[in-house]
Design a protein around this ligand. Structure first.
Ligand code: NIG
Ligand code: FE
Length: 403
């Protein structure tokens, strides 16, 4: 059998992240062929039957799926270092938000920023992720809260693709905070999000999902439900920031609307975990926010494991609760702070991260999947989680093209 591929990568160990009964979906001494940007063949390194117009010798390195940062807010204006100063002096994140700081202060800076300066800031942060082997980044809006700025944020996020070798998935997070103009009438803002913004965002193809912040300093479950209904009606995926600071039962509600993921979930009750399992909703852990806000309430990891809820991990890169532009750091934090195994952590930024974004052909090295790949000069994939700032990929491919 002769197959003409575009590229053949030989002599690699593959952490395929497939469900093949091996840890990390391991395939040792293997080769991978790529045709038209997709993985067209996986075989043994000695495989003589595969023909390709180009060959690359991996020299015994590890081939992994490109990493996926499935929850970021990396388009924003300004920074919140002074609020960090305040938090270290004893003020809480929620108190700062209630006094007009927090998300609202980033909203002011983002509204004032030009598209060009937003893009330049976002590119710097995204480039750090890309350098670590990240090939797909989800980016949320939510620091505009008015029509023009929300659209400006989503367009800026998409623009990143033209400058860096990375795929961008955008999410509309209109229900992130009640904008100052609607402080006395938050329900009217929710109506604007549901009746005007969501249909427009769908129509213009500006985002594939809708997200909410379900919290006392964000939106009530009843308000979030309106947003979910509007998203569903307009054929957009649903995601939700829930149970970050308190248990408002937002995860259960989001799962009822078949959310792709529920994110943060430190305060999620173990008794609500079966609902996630039943809905196929991914549990997304954000250890950077847990770390930065010095939280102590741990997400219900054992219950998630017991009910086989897929666990994803992401940076939550944002100027307030997680100013950390490193997905590899999250692997380590997921292990150290939440007790994940390195294998669970890597599934969290590959297969399960793809699922949290509704991407059916990314996050694994498997036949027919997109050839987003990273080559790592390591002895074992646990090395990605084991330390901080120790490893980087030696090569990267995006849909089979070297980057
Ligand atoms: O995921 N929780 C709400 N949103 C962000 C924080 C945004 C901010 O503080 O600017 C988060 O933690
Ligand atoms: Fe977030």
């Amino acid at each position: 059998m002769t197959k003409a591929a575009d590229l053949l990568i030989r002599n690699v160990h593959i952490a395929s992240m497939q469900d093949n009964g091996q840890p990390y979906g391991l395939i040792e001494n293997a080769c991978v062929a790529i045709k038209d940007g997709l993985i067209s063949h996986i075989g043994s390194s000695q495989d003589e039957n595969v023909r390709a117009s180009a060959e690359f010798n991996g020299a015994g390195q590890w081939l992994l799926p490109g990493l996926i940062d499935c929850h970021t807010h990396l388009v924003f204006g300004g920074n919140r270092a002074l609020e960090f100063e305040m938090r270290q002096q004893g003020k809480s994140y929620a108190d700062i938000a209630r006094q007009g700081g927090g998300i609202q202060s980033t909203v002011n800076a983002t509204r004032a920023a030009s598209s060009e300066s937003l893009l330049q800031g976002a590119l710097k942060r995204a480039a750090r992720l890309v350098d670590e082997g990240v090939t797909t980044i989800e980016v949320k809006s939510g620091y505009g809260l008015d029509t023009d700025t929300e659209i400006k944020m989503l367009e800026t996020a998409k623009e990143i693709e033209k400058h860096l070798g990375v795929n961008i998935i955008t999410t509309y997070l209109g229900a992130h905070a009640v904008p100052i103009e609607y402080q006395d009438n938050p329900d009217e803002y929710v109506q604007l999000v549901c009746n005007e913004l969501i249909p427009r965002i769908k129509q213009q193809g500006l985002a594939s999902a809708v997200d909410v912040f379900c919290e006392s300093i964000g939106f009530s479950p009843a308000q979030c439900e309106k947003v979910f209904i509007a998203a569903q009606k307009n054929g957009l995926h649903i995601k939700a920031h829930v149970e970050q600071l308190s248990d408002l039962k937002g995860a259960k509600l989001a799962a009822h609307y078949h959310a792709l993921s529920v994110d943060h979930i430190e305060y999620l009750s173990s008794s609500d975990v079966p609902v996630l399992a039943k809905a196929g909703t991914v549990a997304m852990l954000l250890p950077g926010a847990f770390y930065s806000l010095r939280e102590t309430q741990l997400p219900p990891i054992d219950a998630l494991r017991q009910h086989k809820v897929p666990i994803a991990l992401a940076t939550d890169l944002n100027p307030g609760s997680s100013p950390i532009a490193s997905l590899l750091t999250m692997l380590n934090m997921g292990c150290i702070l939440f007790g994940l195994t390195p294998e669970e952590a890597l599934f969290g930024v590959t297969k399960n991260a793809a699922r949290a974004l509704g991407l059916v052909n990314k996050g694994q090295i498997a036949l027919g999947f997109t050839a987003d790949l990273g080559l790592w000069d390591i002895e074992h994939p646990s090395q990605l989680s084991y330390g901080m700032n120790l490893v980087r990929p030696t090569r990267k491919w995006l849909a089979g093209q070297e980057r």
